[in-house]
Design a protein around this ligand. Structure first.
Ligand SMILES: [Zn+2]
Length: 753
């Protein structure tokens, strides 16, 4: 800080306040050194002094004028408890924006850095990112892009990229960077006596990344928001969101992890997202990945690749085995690993487990338009306090990429998919179920909060139960708003009375409940209902059965009683065996998890989530095409029936449950990006003579996908056969197709199973 508050000369630090990894001595220290100089606090104050136009720093206790807005501190008593000695540590906020530009209309972003005290990369990178931007904005140099064109987008869009000067970027954004876990950081400082290792938790031994009030199931041994750090932190996030008109543009949480198969795991949030929201999230994941892939030192990656035979494709992050209801059921020796610097997927598919109360999930669902969680490799108990320049440089540069890419994309993200509408070709419908899962019905909220299920929390205090009214039917109304032909709602009694009712639709979804109660209270003739459904399918209809509605296969007389089986899984998923099938068109090569069930109230555990499958023998015996399986049962597939077809999606729209502590309420649906694409694909269909006619040029398969290639190749094959053209061409075509399939297989092997 060039003497400011006693700091060393800037020149010693490469003319920066927070020096590059190569010339840094160690991690930034929170505690004061023997001369009284505080690297973090004094560094921040000097940053503000040097760049007053661009930087503001303050502490949460200052901001709230509340001395309790601090950490628990070394006495191990929470700041707001009566016996607290007032030893809480201050939580600093860095605000980055051009203060000469009025705040109105600026995109707000929020970053939580190193909330696990032993994962320092987020903070190290966040400080440098802030300094880079302020320094360059002041000097009128530098540029920041919202991605690098080195990939094909899974969103189906051809992404366009934008580059801004830091000065312009700070004129249009308003960004906040916070490290909440000072307790876990400070204990490991070199100047702390006695010094120890960095700590994951705060001084109360609480994991601050399980403290958010997320909807869905809550681990009963925790009390979200009990710790002052996250109670005030959440209040601060909400205040920013409110100032932004309801939601910030983006929020993220940057972590470290011990080891991984990728250098940076970009963990997709769990939430109730529609077709546009998912595409925006996919876009920011891809864009961030593109920047990290292009900027990180790849030497470590190359080494892993060489030693494992991995390649640069994507993979599921997990032990190399097929997962059964209670863990690994058999190992997959061919499961090589992805080694691109960055990798994105759901939390379960990147980490091999998931949980609730994550800051990243909360930011993405409750206070910001998009959000993400990040994990950075070897940024944990190893190396803990050891400063390894290569590692730290990568930790810092990954965090820079995460922060700056999101800032740049925030200027464009509202527009990129604004015009998106799903074209399903024909008309899709669903059978309406009036049942809602609510705390106001006869059984109240079901299971009450707390370890004993009696409404008393782990700390002996009463827990408030939030009110909710959840229904998976909301998927159809939400999705409908983004379809050229919104889903139409059909009632079971009407279907039972006349099969002609079904002629309005090309596709029909039975979600979870094969035959729901009639919304108008009329009785339903069960046999007639299934008879008419089957007759409509035989006329060309496309019937989509999800979750427990797979049992309708028996009622429709397509498989024997007993062939359909309810499964218990960690999260609903399917091991996809044929990525060229239109049902999975557009899915990424590592697609697997279909639903985030915890937000619907299901617990976290090997058998906590429901899905339904049909015996492979029965399904193929009936002529079914298997697309994906779960512990041996078919959970994605298609069965031709007459002129139409029945498609099964074993996990998609399970009914929310009240069986677990769900003190913050329940979500309606929780499709992952893969699950969403499966549902979009499942209803993309035009049956001749039924429903609506597709627009000219309509293709039932997502363009630019393996499924579209396969369909085109099949069509070419048919044409050649029909015209009796040169057989060699057909053979070459078939060989090319086989090659494509084989190379996708290799990609999948790299992923896992
Ligand atoms: Zn962490």
């Amino acid at each position: 800080t060039n003497g400011f508050n006693g700091g060393p000369p800037l020149a010693l630090c490469g003319n920066r306040i927070f020096p590059e990894a190569a010339i840094a001595r160690s991690y930034v220290q929170y505690a004061a050194d023997p001369t009284g100089f505080r690297e973090y606090a004094d560094g921040l104050l000097y940053l503000e002094q040097l760049y007053p136009r661009w930087v503001d720093v303050f502490t949460l206790d200052e901001h709230f004028t509340d001395p309790k807005a601090v950490t628990a501190g070394p006495d191990g008593v929470r700041s707001y408890e009566e016996t607290d000695s007032g030893d809480g540590r201050q939580i600093w906020v860095i605000r980055l924006t051009d203060k000469q530009v009025p705040d109105a209309g600026k995109k707000k972003l929020f970053f939580s850095l190193s909330v696990h005290g032993n994962e320092r990369g987020g903070l190290e990178g966040g400080l440098r990112a802030a300094e880079d931007l302020a320094m360059e904005a002041e000097a009128g140099t530098g540029e920041v892009s919202d991605g690098i064109p080195n990939y094909e987008s899974a969103t189906g869009n051809d992404p366009t990229f934008h580059t801004y000067s830091p000065a312009e970027l700070l004129g249009r954004t308003d960004t906040y960077l916070v490290d909440f876990n000072i307790d876990g950081w400070e204990v490991g400082d070199h100047y702390t006596v006695p010094t120890s290792v960095y700590d994951r938790t705060n001084a109360m031994n609480t994991d601050l990344n399980r403290q958010m009030p997320t909807k869905g199931s809550i681990n009963v041994t925790r009390n979200p928001l009990k710790e002052s750090e996250m109670a005030y932190g959440t209040r601060f996030m909400h205040e920013l969101a409110e100032k932004a008109g309801g939601l910030m543009s983006y929020g993220a949480d940057i972590h470290g992890e011990l080891t991984s198969r990728a250098y940076v795991d970009i963990m997709y949030p769990a939430g109730q997202f529609d077709s546009i929201e998912h595409r925006r999230l996919m876009a920011i994941a891809e864009r961030t990945k593109s920047v990290i892939d292009a900027t990180l030192y790849a030497g470590i990656q190359d080494e892993i690749e060489n030693s494992t035979g991995g390649n640069e494709s994507e993979g599921v992050e997990e032990v190399p085995c097929h997962m059964g209801p209670v863990g690994c059921i058999d190992t997959i020796p061919t499961n090589t690993i992805p080694t691109k610097p960055a990798h994105w997927a759901t939390v379960w598919d990147t980490l091999g487990y998931t949980d609730t109360g994550f800051i990243g999930d909360y930011l993405a669902t409750d206070v910001a338009v998009t959000g993400m969680d990040y994990e950075i490799f070897l940024n944990h108990t190893v190396p803990d306090k050891v400063w390894n320049v290569y590692l730290q440089e990568n930790h810092i540069n990954a965090s820079r990429g995460i922060i700056k890419t999101a800032m740049a994309y925030s200027l464009h993200q509202d527009e990129e998919f604004a015009a998106f509408r799903l074209e399903t070709g024909g008309q899709a419908g669903y059978v309406y179920d009036p049942a809602v899962v609510t705390d106001t019905d006869a059984n109240g909220p079901g299971e009450l909060p707390g370890p004993e299920g009696d409404g008393i929390g782990e700390d002996g205090l009463p827990v408030k139960q939030a009110s909710y009214s959840a229904t998976r039917m909301r998927y159809f109304t939400d999705a409908g708003e983004l379809m050229t032909k919104p889903f139409v709602k059909l009632l079971p009694t009407d279907i039972a009375r006349s099969s002609a009712v079904l002629d309005r639709v090309d596709s029909l979804v039975l979600a979870d409940v094969p035959l729901p109660r009639d919304a108008r209270g009329r009785s339903v003739d069960r046999a007639a209902y299934f008879r008419n459904l089957k007759a409509w399918v035989e006329r060309g209809g496309n019937l989509v059965l999800t979750d427990r509605a797979l049992h309708a296969l028996v009622d429709l007389g397509l498989v024997e009683d007993g062939a359909v089986e309810d499964l218990e899984v960690y999260q609903p998923y399917s091991d996809i065996s044929d990525f060229t099938d239109p049902l999975v068109a557009g899915l990424r090569a590592n697609a697997r998890q279909l639903v985030e069930a915890a937000i619907l109230g299901y617990g976290i555990g090997g058998t906590a989530s429901p899905m339904t499958g049909v015996s492979e023998e029965a399904f193929t015996g009936a002529g079914g095409v298997v697309v994906g399986t779960t512990t041996g049962a078919v959970t994605l597939g298609r069965l031709a029936v007459g002129k139409g077809r029945v498609q099964v999606v074993g996990g998609a729209l399970p009914t929310p449950t009240e069986d677990n502590d769900h003190r913050f309420g329940l979500r309606d649906y929780g499709l992952t990006y893969s699950g969403l694409y499966v549902m979009e694909n499942a209803v993309t269909y035009d049956a001749p003579g039924l429903g609506a006619a597709a627009p000219t040029g309509f293709s039932p398969v997502r363009p630019g996908t393996a499924a579209a290639d396969a369909a085109a190749a099949a069509a070419r094959g048919r044409t050649l056969a029909a015209t009796g053209a040169d057989l060699t061409l057909a053979v070459v075509g078939a060989l090319l197709m086989l090659g494509a399939v084989a190379s996708r297989r290799r990609g999948r092997a790299a992923r896992r199973a």
